[in-house]
Design a binder for this molecule. Structure first.
Ligand code: ADP
Ligand code: MG
Length: 268
């Protein structure tokens, strides 16, 4: 009989219940569970497993260059933003409200780190996320446009609840790119959330898009429901290299002194 039940569970696609059936039955016998508790336990396992697999799938399709977390972020080094603020954003109410986050600032201050950390939190909460660098997005959009499947591309992209666009503004955009980006932002407006990181402040976006009217139209939509954050300070990357540099400089200096001493010893 048990094999028949397992087969039927698989037929209705409850694969985990089928796999867990015997163990759960045994537990029910051992603990004198009621029928209701047994069924509840089996369904619970099915749903938990499905959730786990969904998160794994979303994590893969998000295409993060690497995973960064809020726990790894040193808020004593970067004081433009507080841990409390980021923790609050990890509650994801803004995502439910289809709002955007825009991180602006010089290189190395943690914009991409925070963008990924927030987006990863969204994945762990079963939201569909897509990570793109601006360059990759532009490339994909232009290819899609050339193949006359731009609308299709956008339709698929905005199936995601959250789209991260990293490094907007590193390169000025050709007019065709700027127009496609506007179309994309327009489609997302009040429908999907965006996290954008940029090394340019808003007053420099005219130059990025090469067109003031277009830049204004894009900003208008992005900022209507957005929280722009300017992150300043020293580069975290340089903080580390500076340390290495100093150590190298120190060790080179000591070697030089040693050599000098050696030479002087020879002279005398
Ligand atoms: P940005 O996108 O602003 O150029 P990143 O987020 O790529 O900078 O940060 C550069 C590197 O430094 C990354 O490896 C990131 O994890 C790390 N980093 C930056 N800021 C911090 C911070 N405050 N605490 C811990 N790591 C940081
Ligand atoms: Mg970055």
């Amino acid at each position: 009989m048990i094999e028949g039940i397992k087969e039927n569970l698989r037929r209705v696609r409850c694969y985990h219940s089928a796999n867990e059936l015997e163990i759960t039955l045994q537990a029910a016998r051992d603990n004198e569970m009621s029928y209701m508790h047994f069924l509840d336990a089996l369904l619970h396992k099915e749903l938990e497993k499905r959730k786990e697999q969904r998160i794994m799938r979303y994590k893969k399709t998000a295409n993060f260059p690497l995973i960064k977390t809020v726990e790894e972020f040193d808020f004593t080094f970067q004081t433009s933003i507080t841990k409390r603020q980021i923790k609050e954003w990890q509650q994801l109410d803004w995502l439910e409200r289809r709002e955007n986050k825009i991180f602006m600032g010089p290189p190395g201050v943690g914009k991409t780190h925070l963008a990924i950390a927030l987006a990863y939190t969204a994945v762990l909460n079963q939201y569909k996320v897509k990570f793109y660098t601006m360059n990759e997005l532009m490339e994909d959009m232009v290819f899609a446009k050339e193949d006359a499947r731009f609308n299709d591309f956008i339709r698929k992209l905005i199936k995601h609840d959250l789209i991260v666009i990293d490094e907007l503004g590193y390169l000025p955009l050709k007019p065709i790119f700027a127009n496609l980006f506007f179309e994309f932002v327009n489609e997302c407006y009040e429908y999907r959330s965006l996290i954008i990181t940029s090394n340019k402040l808003f007053n420099e976006w005219d130059a990025v898009f090469g067109n003031r009217t277009l830049a204004t139209a894009i900003l208008d939509r992005l900022l209507h429901h957005a929280e722009p954050v300017v992150i300043e300070g020293d580069s975290y990357r340089l903080k580390n290299t500076r340390k290495e540099f100093d150590l190298n400089a120190y060790s080179n200096m000591t070697k030089k002194v040693e050599k000098l001493v050696e030479k002087e010893e020879k002279v005398y």
